[in-house]
Ligand binder design. Structure first.
Ligand code: BTN
Length: 334
């Protein structure tokens, strides 16, 4: 963050905490001249902040814009995740930006956010629809674990995201293995975790999280399978506050996972998976398997009870619930 940016964040924080604050007091508190105060106020107004000015009383913050720019988001960050915070109005994919940062030594907790992605990526080589209004971000993690142990990290993140949504909005997300976030039976979000590792050591994990937040409608190819938090909750949501809540919950759960592994989260994960106990089809590396989704084990593998009684343990794949003997149409998500 450049110094103009950090002055603006402190200015927004100061105005948030108070009513009118005089230009002289702002200047003293931030260590800048009165004319610099005016320049920063003007720059914030250009970003969409409604800052009222009165010659005798000073400045008052009347409204903040619905953007994810640093002055809007940073006041909502309570822990270490989100520091540093990289913001792009538009980028190809936040995962790509986060990987570049990882390679240049950025610390754990770095977050990259974009208002819009032009090359958003989903699991299994799919594209990810990323228009303005969503929450598209990547979190850089550097867990001190063997590569195989990161298998449960996306599951852990999906429980944390579900818990954050529940805490903030009172909605009850359902999870579809391995880490789809569903609301009302439709996909509201997903996680793409990309790992950089040697044989025995993890360098970094880029956890890309996509949530359809303030999105009112979807293109035809998604309209029967996708939903948004706005549609499910019935109103527009402060993405900055939601991001603050999510990063706090993710940080808490991730720190615990680093100490204990997935075991303490295993039951909570399975409880949110409403597809368990149902007949499913799983598109995996070796083809399509059908059977009963019997559970998810503590290593994050799907237990699929196939005809004949054998229980297969699957490490990856795409689950579709089969309805009345047929694979439910339109359950794929792009
Ligand atoms: C999925 O297929 O379910 C995973 C979708 C992950 C999308 C997010 S949006 C932020 C980050 N950047 C990307 O290009 N993808 C992830």
């Amino acid at each position: 963050m450049d110094s103009a940016g950090s002055v603006r964040e402190r200015l927004v924080q100061l105005l948030k905490d108070r009513g009118f604050v005089s230009g002289t007091e702002i200047g003293l508190r931030l260590g800048i001249s009165r004319s610099a105060v005016w320049k920063h106020v003007r720059a914030l107004r250009e970003e969409g902040f409604a800052i009222l000015g009165s010659p005798r009383r000073g400045y008052r913050l009347a409204d903040v814009p619905d953007t994810l720019s640093p002055p809007v988001v940073l006041p909502f960050l309570s822990g270490g995740f989100g520091k540093p915070y990289r913001y792009y109005p538009v980028t190809s994919s936040t995962n790509d930006r986060a990987k570049e940062l990882a390679q240049s030594g950025a610390p754990e907790g770095t977050v990259v956010v974009a208002e819009q992605q032009t090359g958003g990526r989903g699991r299994r080589g799919r594209s990810w629809h990323s228009p303005p209004g969503g929450l598209w971000f990547s979190l850089l993690l550097r867990p001190d674990v063997a590569p195989a142990e990161t298998q449960t990290l996306p599951l852990l993140l999906s429980v944390a995201v579900a818990r954050g949504i529940e805490e903030y909005l009172g909605l009850h997300p359902d999870l579809k293995w391995p880490n789809d976030i569903l609301l009302g039976g439709r996909k509201a979000g997903g996680i793409l975790a990309e790992i950089g590792a040697e044989t025995e050591r993890v360098h970094h994990v880029v956890a890309g999280i996509g949530l359809n937040v303030n999105i009112a409608s979807f293109p035809p190819e998604l309209e029967t399978t996708a939903t948004s938090l706005q549609i499910q909750w019935g109103g527009k949501i402060s993405r900055a506050r939601l991001l603050g809540v999510l990063l706090a919950v993710i940080e808490e759960d991730y720190r615990r996972w680093c100490r204990t592994g997935f075991a303490p989260f295993h039951a909570a994960y399975q409880k949110r998976c409403s597809f368990l106990g149902k007949e499913v089809a799983v598109v995996a590396a070796g083809g399509v398997l059908t059977g009963l989704a019997a559970g998810v084990d503590a290593a994050g593998r799907l237990l699929l009870s196939v005809p004949g009684g054998e229980v297969k343990r699957l490490s990856g794949g795409e689950v579709t619930v089969r309805e009345e003997g047929a694979v439910a149409a339109g359950s794929g998500y792009r």
